[in-house]
Ligand binder design. Structure first.
Ligand SMILES: [Zn+2]
Length: 647
């Protein structure tokens, strides 16, 4: 009996803990409270909370510090590390990196987390408190961020906000969550891109949006093609570190050409460890990353030792690459690179047991190894296929997933480092379901992070892809349909028509698969660099007709609902713009340009004028388009002028 007593007492006290009134009947019932000297993250998190609560209720909560809490206000929402959170036993410095805690206690809700110093919008700043605020907004207010900016911010209206009983501490699911933001695209024809002011607004809105989806990282992970400048610096003294070519010479075939390394070279492995050790600084208890990503080229060393590490190429080694791929005729070297990473990791572990070696599985070392080599969790591999763009055939999709599982089975940890989001230009190019399936497969087989290259930002035409991509980072088990249902719900009564529209495009995109490969091959267009060469062939203006009709019905359905109507209009603008781009592509494609100089000039002025009229809506990243169109179209010299001066 004795042991039951505390339990009974707990049950009786539970109801009293359950609810913290925040807003009721159009009145503020709580204040937001920070420490007297809050960190930048906590300060920003408090503002984000007040902003969204006001959007939901029309009521602005005051933000005060612990020494200035008005006594009359009984309910309090404490944000960030402060005296109240410590008193409640929440030690943010002892939490996992970027973890957040949500806790109700009496008439208080405490949201705090493991924060770093620095700008809360910087993706390297740990922002546990901010993650806690966003999690709470999603759960209690059902806030959804569909795309960057005001129209994409969906906050259901309510008269009452209550914090329900909660007590949990949660770290992020992935140590790094990243869609490269695509804000650095530059063009020789900048007039096709954003004006300076619009570019700044776009960048700001997108940065805010990505943080709302908790993009960031727990540790400063440094990686990328690691040996790009090594030949220049070390080629003379240590030629043995570099690839041996068929002619018996070491290094690149042209003085400035790319080269791979002789990864079996013990001297090279030692030097990688030495350079990391010299720079790594004091041990922090966290992982220390050793960059061992091969240069941006196939693994090419022909020396006996490198070759001795290679396995027998699987029968399907080149099955899914096009004949013009760099992979054609290449040697299968995955096992060689697995040996390399293992050797580097074993040597680095002697210097620091927290050493983690990062490599890319890429090009001819992308397919899973075949010799049964065992790696370990201190080897972190970026999954970076050089083909495999969406949509894939069912068997190609399975093949791609099999390579992930094969590498995961070695015992290494994996992160997603694909280039597939660069595809599709600004067309309504939809592959949300297949994308989600790959993500789910990776999560089930040990994915610890992501680094997608890149977010091209065509929010109005590719919204379902992008929403699913960002949302999976915090809801990794949710199905594509569940996530898309959230997205469509934000269109009010137009939800069924918007769904019809994107279902149409996903089916269209899927049916395009074989034609696309053929057309891109014939037109010598690259999926990620010059897709606009083929836009008019793959998305001719007649393909837009059914979608326009779905959106026209959508607009009618929400005629009395300005917020949903604004979202439908956003999609319509995206579609109008994409159709115009298809029309321009038909005239200016480098594959067979048709327009004369005057026609070219007139078409480009029409396109630029349209872009200027919508550039602050955030429908598309026009700087990405200017970059790609420069590589896809025969342009006029006028468009070399800056967008603030032309037309
Ligand atoms: Zn070699």
């Amino acid at each position: 009996m004795k042991s039951l007593l505390p339990l009974i007492a707990l049950c009786f006290t539970m109801p009293a803990l359950a609810e913290v009134p925040v807003v009721g009947d159009g009145k503020a019932l709580a204040v937001i409270v920070t420490a007297d000297h809050p960190g930048q993250v906590a300060k920003y998190a408090a503002e984000e909370l007040a902003y969204h609560v006001e959007k939901a209720t029309g009521v602005r909560l005051s933000i005060v510090t612990e020494s200035t809490v008005p006594l009359a206000m009984e309910s309090r929402v404490f944000i960030g590390d402060c005296a109240a959170s410590r008193e409640a036993g929440l030690r943010t410095d002892e939490m996992a990196a970027e973890a957040f805690a949500l806790k109700t206690k009496g008439k208080s809700l405490i949201i705090t987390g493991n924060d770093g110093g620095g700008d809360p919008l910087d993706s390297s700043t740990r922002a546990g408190t901010l993650w806690g605020v966003y999690e709470w907004l999603e759960r209690e207010l059902h806030v959804r961020w569909l795309w960057p900016g005001e129209t994409g911010t969906y906050v259901p209206k309510t008269a009452t906000v209550t914090a329900h009983d909660v007590d949990e501490t949660t770290p992020p699911r992935f140590i790094q969550r990243k869609l490269r933001p695509g804000l650095g695209f530059e063009s020789e024809h900048p007039a096709l891109g954003f004006t300076k002011e619009a570019a700044e607004q776009y960048a700001h809105d997108q940065t805010v949006f990505l943080r709302r989806h908790r993009m960031g990282r727990s540790y400063p992970m440094g990686y990328g093609h690691a040996f790009v400048d090594w030949w220049k610096k070390d080629g003379k003294e240590h030629p043995e570190w570099f690839q041996l070519r068929d002619n018996g010479k070491r290094g690149p075939s042209k003085a400035t050409g790319r080269f791979s390394m002789c990864v079996s070279s013990p001297g090279l492995q030692q030097e990688i460890v030495n350079r990391w050790a010299a720079k790594k600084g004091k041990a922090t208890g966290g992982p220390s990353f050793v960059n061992a990503c091969e240069n941006d080229i196939l693994g090419q060393c022909t020396c006996d030792q490198c070759r001795a590490w290679d396995g027998v190429p699987p029968a399907d080694y080149l099955k899914y690459y096009s004949p013009s791929s760099k992979m054609t005729g290449s040697r299968f070297v995955s096992d060689r690179y697995a040996h390399f990473w293992l050797s580097v990791q074993q040597q680095a572990a002697k210097v620091d047991p927290n050493a983690v070696v990062i490599g890319y599985v890429y090009f001819n070392y992308f397919q899973a190894p075949v010799t049964g080599i065992k790696l370990n969790p201190d080897i972190l591999l970026g999954y970076c296929p050089s083909g495999g763009f969406f949509p894939r055939s069912a068997d190609e999709h399975e093949w791609m997933k099999k390579q992930w599982t094969g590498w995961a089975d070695t015992g290494a940890r994996l992160f997603m480092r694909t280039n597939h989001l660069l595809d599709g230009y600004c067309m309504p190019y939809i592959f949300a379901h297949q994308f989600a399936d790959e993500f789910h497969h990776a999560v089930k087989h040990g994915m610890v992070g992501t680094d997608y290259d890149s977010l091209t930002g065509h929010w109005a035409t590719q919204g379902p892809n992008l929403y699913v991509a960002v949302r999976l980072h915090t809801q990794p088990e949710a199905s594509a349909d569940e996530l898309l249902a959230e997205y469509y719900a934000a269109f009010g009564k137009a939800a069924p028509m918007v769904k019809e529209c994107f279902d149409y495009w996903e089916k269209y995109t899927t049916s395009l698969r074989e034609k696309q490969s053929k057309v891109m091959e014939e037109m010598k267009a690259s999926r990620w660099r010059s897709w606009a060469t083929a836009a008019h062939v793959l998305y001719p203006t007649e393909a837009f007709v059914p979608a326009e009709s779905f959106l026209a019905n959508a607009a009618k359905a929400v005629a009395g609902d300005p917020e949903s109507a604004a979202r439908v209009k956003f999609l319509q603008q995206g579609l109008d713009h994409a159709k115009l781009c298809s029309r321009v592509s038909a005239q200016l494609t480098t594959a067979a340009p048709k327009a004369n100089a005057d026609e070219t000039k007139a078409l480009l002025v029409e396109l630029i004028n349209y872009r200027r009229s919508v550039e602050k809506t955030g429908i598309s990243n026009f700087n990405h388009l200017a970059w790609m169109e420069d590589l896809s179209w025969k342009l006029s010299d006028e468009t070399r002028k800056t967008p603030d001066l032309y037309p």
